[in-house]
Design a protein around this ligand. Structure first.
Ligand code: ZN
Ligand code: ZN
Ligand code: ZN
Length: 364
């Protein structure tokens, strides 16, 4: 269903008119018998309003027009994008067709052209990439909103907005919420479609290959049981979830190592461990000892009975068997706030949309 028509030779984009202007136009078209031409397929059309009130145009005759089969959701999403373009200072046109591509909405400012595609039905990734290349051959930047993002981009166990990000294909997860508005999910947060498109056009969303955490962070240490490889007695060590949250909300694994001074044996964490012990919280646990090097630095957990040092291999084996514990909210755990001079980083390609404008990929 098109949003654009030529009426008496003037281009009209339906969502840019308010109700009064739309009614006035409808009367003029009827009174003066003005021709309404739909540029999507060059046939005659008329003004219409959907049940939900969205102003749009409709084809008068039968036609095979690409814009005809579009759903009401598609129509409403296009209208939202048009309004966002105007808000961001771009002019917008809809159902724009060139030789090798057509765009649901084309935003233009100076010689910058950005095509928005709303993909309400299924589309394969290779087909999206093929269309993207056609846009780029004409110096148009393509941006995609998928209701059902292509399988290859969906990450394992992914929740909302956890798509694999590709620099060559800005593609975001769109869905309709219960109140019929549209939301874009990104990095486990949701944004109204209109706000998100405004942010895109204002350059507030950027591709970053790295993620960067805050310098202050709360780490959670969860206890798990392991058997000493020397004396076979059991004790409890703790595991620190290395997952960090970037300024933009993205959760990622930093390049550093959980079993290192960065995490498990960070002074703040060791102090919290000591508080945990003296508070009596761990009374029902058999806590592992700590192994220190000659300078007094903690370097490993150790058996509290035979003093065997648990090396990396022992820890990894024990953790492998204890995986389910981290998700258990009732598992014995303690927390510590850690301040770092430099923020932890990790390789994590993503579309970065930080609330404070500090992109992960900018230098600190
Ligand atoms: Zn048409
Ligand atoms: Zn032992
Ligand atoms: Zn980011």
């Amino acid at each position: 269903m098109p949003l654009r028509a030529l009426i008496d030779g003037v281009e009209i984009i339906a969502p840019l008119l308010d109700d009064a202007a739309w009614e006035a136009l409808r009367r003029r078209v009827a009174d003066e018998r003005l021709p309404v031409v739909l540029p999507c397929c060059d046939v005659e059309g008329y003004l219409r309003r959907s049940k939900s009130g969205t102003r749009h145009f409709a084809h008068k005759q039968k036609s095979n027009c690409f814009a005809k089969g579009e759903t009401l959701e598609h129509l409403r999403a296009k209208a939202e994008i048009v309004l966002a373009c105007r808000e961001a200072g771009y002019s917008a046109s809809t159902e724009v067709a060139a030789d090798n591509w057509r765009a649901d909405v084309l935003a233009t400012r100076g010689n910058v052209r950005i095509a928005f595609e709303v993909q309400w039905s299924f589309l394969r990734l290779d087909e999206a990439l093929r269309r993207q290349r056609r846009y780029s051959r004409d110096s148009v930047r393509g941006c995609w909103f998928f209701r059902r993002p292509p399988k290859p981009l969906q990450r394992d166990g992914s929740g909302a907005g956890l798509l694999e990000a590709r620099h060559d294909l800005p593609l975001f997860h769109l869905f309709a919420s219960a109140d019929d508005s549209f939301l874009v999910a990104l990095n486990e947060q949701v944004y109204p479609l209109r706000d998100f498109v405004v942010a895109l056009l204002r350059g507030e969303v950027r591709f970053c290959a790295m993620a960067r955490a805050n310098t202050a962070d709360t780490l959670r240490a969860t206890f798990f049981e392991l058997a000493c490889p020397r004396c076979a007695r059991r004790c409890h060590a703790y595991y620190v979830d290395p997952t960090q949250v970037a300024g933009c909300g993205l959760r990622f694994q930093p390049d550093s190592d959980w079993y290192s001074t960065d995490f498990a044996f960070h002074p703040a964490l060791l102090a919290a461990f000591e508080r945990y012990q003296t508070s009596g919280s761990g009374a029902r646990l058999h806590l592992c000892g700590l192994q220190r090097d000659s300078s007094g630095q903690v370097v490993a957990f150790a058996c509290p009975y035979c003093r065997a040092v648990f090396d990396r291999g022992v820890m990894e084996m024990a953790l492998y068997g204890a995986r389910r514990f981290w998700d258990d909210p009732f598992a014995e755990a303690f927390e510590a706030v850690i301040q770092r001079k430099t923020a932890l980083q990790g390789a994590a390609p993503h579309w970065c949309y930080p609330a404070d404008g500090r992109f992960c990929c900018n230098n600190p």
